[in-house]
Design a protein around this ligand. Structure first.
Ligand SMILES: [Zn+2]
Ligand SMILES: [Zn+2]
Ligand SMILES: [Zn+2]
Length: 91
């Protein structure tokens, strides 16, 4: 079965994973609809053909020991005052 591989950055401190690129891992089976080797490229009706992809696999190409920027943002916003909308100008 084919599956997607998600390359990304893993933040060890918060455990978040940020996808940077997705690529497909071809299983090269002739009975898999997602494979380039699939023997029925158009109008496949074979019940023995695989019609689902496996769950995507995360591939951390970069591992950061810190929190991600979103998590750092959350903690930053708590200490910052809320922003006010400007009422002065209207079209
Ligand atoms: Zn496949
Ligand atoms: Zn087929
Ligand atoms: Zn995070």
């Amino acid at each position: 079965m084919c599956h997607n591989i998600i390359d990304g950055r893993y933040h060890r401190e918060c455990g978040h994973f940020y996808a940077m690129a997705t690529r497909k891992q071809d299983c090269l089976k002739d009975n898999c609809l997602f494979s380039t080797r699939h023997e029925h490229p158009t109008g496949c009706r074979s019940p023995s053909c695989i019609r689902v992809m496996s769950l995507p696999v995360r591939n951390p190409i970069r591992i950061s020991p810190t929190k991600c920027s979103a998590c750092r943002d959350i903690f930053g916003r708590i200490t910052q005052p809320p922003t006010f909308e400007r009422n002065g100008q209207s079209n």
